[in-house]
Design a protein around this ligand. Structure first.
Ligand code: FMN
Ligand code: SF4
Length: 456
């Protein structure tokens, strides 16, 4: 073919030139103790491996914080048919870029975690589901999977060169590139070759997942934690992190926290769960950018909600939702906002994201997200009324799994993001709106007629 050759654009991330990164290939991984956790797991019974993960109290790193060992325990007994693992590397949550780092530097740690999960749960087919936009990471994963096959981890001879007569095949699946592809049942539909429309649960994927067969969906960082737990033990894992301060399950282990926004040194930092937002900003990120004051923090992807002006000392652990009026910890990748941030614009921007990413199956999400966006845009432009604020809260509060009106949690994410920003920064919204002149229903009609100039 004529014309210039296609070249891959290599970005320059904050930690230096991408081309200079230290990517650990299989030789170095094995030399430094890699795949010994898998060997150890294969010397144990599958149920014992699940027990080891349960005693470490490893909680999912994909957003919900669900106990990993408990999820594995939900699988039915093997019946001779196929059973699947889906590794969730869709990572489309705004502000979240931690899983990408694991692949950039240490893809075999993730593959080892996958192989251990397959043995523990007796899953014979593994999908590495990767975000379509991760163009630089896709060849890295392809290469790592090829190396793992050549080294005898995967393949028909059985796990780890036939150590056990249990064979696992591993495939790379490139995502279509929508936020909803990361929702576990949307992801399953996508792997089946369909549009990523989430499914109504139950049945849960452990019972009916890919091709209606038992399936485990886990986040990249969750499975990357498993080899360490197997080799070093549950006590080692639980020596990091913290107990719950409100009588719930603990938050243990290290956590990758991708910090972005108005900080001097954004980046991904490995911290113990329980570190406060202030500590991570001051000790790791060089403080707020330009020495400005903290104003707000979106602690775990935009869908969890926002921490207010007086919540800079909030601890980043799984209690954060109950303690600071958020949906949860989410991905623990904080976005910092400084004193000059326009919180009305933040709310409008986030609502636009959810409006664009709604898959459209559920009316409260499809239409509610559109209404929220239009109302917030109107308020931002100074054309809103006091009524509009109440309407924003009413619409937000009525969409999601928690109020019981939608199939998946995307709508809850929209709900929590918008309502926490409005509630915690209401003064900024009130300063922008005019006193209401008309009843709420007339105002609602007007909301639907707003022309969104310059926005799509
Ligand atoms: C709209 C939406 C998007 C999601 N995107 C991701 C994602 O990109 N990566 C991820 O691991 N989990 C994502 N999740 C959570 C998954 O549904 C699922 O809980 C997770 O992959 C389970 O893994 P874990 O238990 O190891 O955390 C998303 C959830 C929702 C509702
Ligand atoms: S809540 Fe929204 S994204 Fe989720 S299934 Fe319903 S319409 Fe689709």
């Amino acid at each position: 073919m004529d014309g210039p050759a296609l070249t891959t654009r290599i970005p320059t991330p904050p930690w230096g030139d991408f081309a200079d990164r230290h990517l650990v290939g299989i030789d170095e991984y094995v030399k430094t103790g890699g795949y010994t956790a898998l060997q150890k797991a294969l010397s144990m019974k599958p149920a014992e491996v699940i027990e080891a993960v349960k005693s470490a109290e490893l909680r999912g790193r994909g957003g919900a914080g669900f106990p990993c060992g408990m999820k594995w325990g939900f699988l039915p007994e093997p019946d001779g048919g196929r059973r699947y693992l889906a590794l969730n590397c869709d990572e489309a949550e705004p502000g979240t870029f931690k899983d990408r780092l694991l692949i950039d530097f240490d893809p075999h740690m993730v593959l080892e975690g996958m192989a251990i999960a397959c043995w523990a749960c007796q899953l014979d087919t593994a999908y590495f589901f990767i975000r379509g936009e991760y163009r630089e990471q896709i060849p890295v994963v392809e290469n790592a999977i090829r190396e793992a096959y050549e080294y005898g981890i995967f393949g028909k001879q059985g796990l780890f060169k036939g150590t056990v007569p249990f064979a696992v095949d591993c495939y790379l699946h490139k995502s279509a590139g929508a936020y909803i592809c990361g929702e576990e049942t949307g992801l399953i539909e996508a792997i089946e070759g369909k549009r990523a429309w989430p499914r109504i649960k139950p049945p849960f994927p452990a019972v009916e997942g890919i091709f209606r067969r038992p399936t485990i969906v886990n986040n990249v960082e969750t499975l990357a934690a498993v080899p360490g737990i197997l080799v070093k033990g549950a006590d080692w894992f639980k020596s990091m992190g913290c107990e719950s301060s409100i009588g719930g399950p603990g938050s243990y282990g290290p956590k990758l926290m991708g910090v972005s926004g108005h900080v001097a040194r954004p980046g991904v930092y490995e911290c113990d769960l329980g570190i406060s937002v202030r500590e991570i900003v001051e000790q790791y990120c060089g403080g707020m950018r330009g020495g400005k004051a903290y104003k707000a923090c979106i602690p775990g992807g935009v869908s969890m909600g926002v921490l207010g002006r007086d919540q800079f000392d909030a601890e980043l652990d799984f209690d954060i939702g109950r303690k600071y009026d958020l949906m949860g910890l989410g991905t623990a990748c904080p976005i910092l906002c400084d004193q000059d941030t326009d919180m009305v614009a933040v709310a409008r921007n986030i609502s636009r994201f959810f409006r664009n990413e709604s898959c459209g199956q559920c009316t409260p999400c499809r239409d509610g997200s559109e209404w929220l966006y239009k109302l917030l845009l109107r308020i931002e432009r100074g054309d809103g009324y006091t009524n509009d604020l109440d309407m924003v809260l009413e619409i937000a509060g009525s969409m999601g799994i928690i109020p019981g009106t939608t199939i998946c949690g995307l709508a809850d994410g929209n709900n929590w993001a918008v309502k926490t920003i409005v509630n915690k920064f209401r003064d900024e919204f009130e300063a922008r709106v005019k006193p209401s002149l008309q009843p709420i229903d007339a105002s609602m009609k007007r909301a639907l007629q707003v022309v969104t100039v310059g926005e799509s």
